[in-house]
Design a protein around this ligand. Sequence first.
Ligand code: GLN
Length: 485
Amino acid sequence: MSLINLSAYELNDAIRKKEVSVLDIAEAYLQRIEKVEDKINAFITFDRDLFLSRAKEIDGYIKEGNEVFDFTGIPIAIKDNICTKDIRTTCASKILANYISVYDATVIKKLNRQHFLMVGKANMDEFAMGSSNENSAFGPVRNPWNLDCVPGGSSGGPAASVAAMEAVCSLGSDTGGSIRQPASLCGIVGIKPTYGMVSRYGLVAFASSLDQIGPLSKNVRDCAALLEIISGYDECDSTSIKADIPKYTSFLNSDIKGMKIGVPKELMVREIDSEVRDLIYKVLRMLEKSGALIEEVSLPNLEYALSVYYIIAPSEASSNLSRFDGVRYGYRNMESATLREMYKKTRAEGFGAEVKRRIMIGTYCLSSGYYDAYYEKAQKVRTLIINDFKKAFSNYDVLISPTSPTTAFKIGDKADDPLMMYLSDICTIPVNLAGIPAISLPAGISKNNLPVGIQVIGDILREDNILKIAGAIERDVKWKISPKI
Ligand code: GLN
């Protein structure tokens, strides 16, 4: 079996037993990247020499008899909104095209302590705004299952790189679904952890009350193991929570007999493709056979989640993105006569259309006279949504829904229709608004050979429950990654 087919834990085992060197692994991945990357475009920055020299360095570290950790020498792709010292962090935007951070994000520091092997900086929708990875100043990413289709977004690069076997796992960010939806469309696993469980220090902010970093991988175990490494309190992030980090991998083989699963009827609405819905019900029946109790449940305020999100997220974005003014970071228009003109031209030239749209919506919602009608009202409805989840979790261990209403759609199909694009996230957005954890994993394959993802949602800090159910689903579905590329 080729090295690129192995999971992180299999590679780790082989490294520990000295059956392979990290350089062997890097060379296998390099060969793969050189073969498929032209078609996929999963990376914004990939430095071949750095990749190989880092692999040799890690081999040296192992040879000296140092500890081999779970992710020592494991090739991991990093979404390009996570700061890496000395390697540019573009957010897939022209405005940050040459931006080099002076520090590593906390998640990178944690992975560096493990001596991981960074593959490169993965492509994404500009500033993580989008559901198709078409909003990148560095070109769209293609879905490894069908090159005419989108990989989902905004973590399209992190998802496609794993599905195309250009990386073993990756880190993405999820504000409204950006880890789970691309994981679903690319046939892999992705976790959006409880808000505050993973430090956001060094993640370029989109909507700070929603953003969370999380792992993507080919199987649930790698995802759980990677989550364990990146989790934990960080004094550099004021929203970080002081909670013990459970041994996430220990939950995967649990007996799920007697666990209670709710199926929110508001997430099984008419926008969901019938094929997607059928596969979700098929998985639910398997879980029932394993002894889980399944009931339909109503969370009435989920109906408003999309509207609430598209007020809160753009509002926070308009504030967060005000720092990109041509003075403090990145691109600057050099032909302006006045400071005001420089601001205007820098932002007009530096930001893409979707980012500008969000900044305008957000600025409008926050402006005096509209703040109460939009922003404040949205915050109130957000509380109602949180309460709906609280109530549901007093009765159920987890909630289950599709991750995305459809399988991967064609590049260009929704690019001119923002509202259609926004609908891609109807099942994932409520989770971010409530700050709770959720996982997406493969539920099966559609008739036209595209992956369908299932979402398992847990209460705050109940990653254990979602991993128990995800473990059971993975055993039942017996998914094999087999994209054509
Ligand atoms: N697709 C959603 C948006 O465009 C979510 C993005 C995300 O989670 N970063 O805002």
